[in-house]
Design a protein around this ligand. Sequence first.
Ligand SMILES: [Zn+2]
Length: 146
Amino acid sequence: MNTCDKCGSNRVAEIFAHSKDLSSFVCPADGIYAEDTYFPEVKGICGGDDLDISLCLECGKVQGTFPIKIDVPDGIPLARIIIRIEQELEWDEESEFSQDDLEILHTIRRIILGSNMYNDFLEEDELEDHFEVDEIELIKLVLEKE
Ligand SMILES: [Zn+2]
């Protein structure tokens, strides 16, 4: 049996949760909230569909070494694009985007939410693997406006 790495108690609970594409989290780096998606890969805590921690029921410490280093990859985080798109779609009337743009933004949103890309980081030159030219232009515009 494992003992707590802080207090030495043997009251360490293994907590494992598995969701089917329905995890939610808030990213500490930028406050991005994502739902119905995958967890980011954080060693000893979560990743993909799984949350997997060991928790000391004596002192409350999650087992492991802290602070946890999270490597944020380069590229364009698609969660950020989605939040920006949602803002634009909500503020339709004052939006600087035309009605046609908003239609395309709807499409981009559907593509991102309907795939496993929500959590992903894409390099700019990888955008063309997933989006049409006019969509890419709009994504760039969305990112520039941040
Ligand atoms: Zn403990």
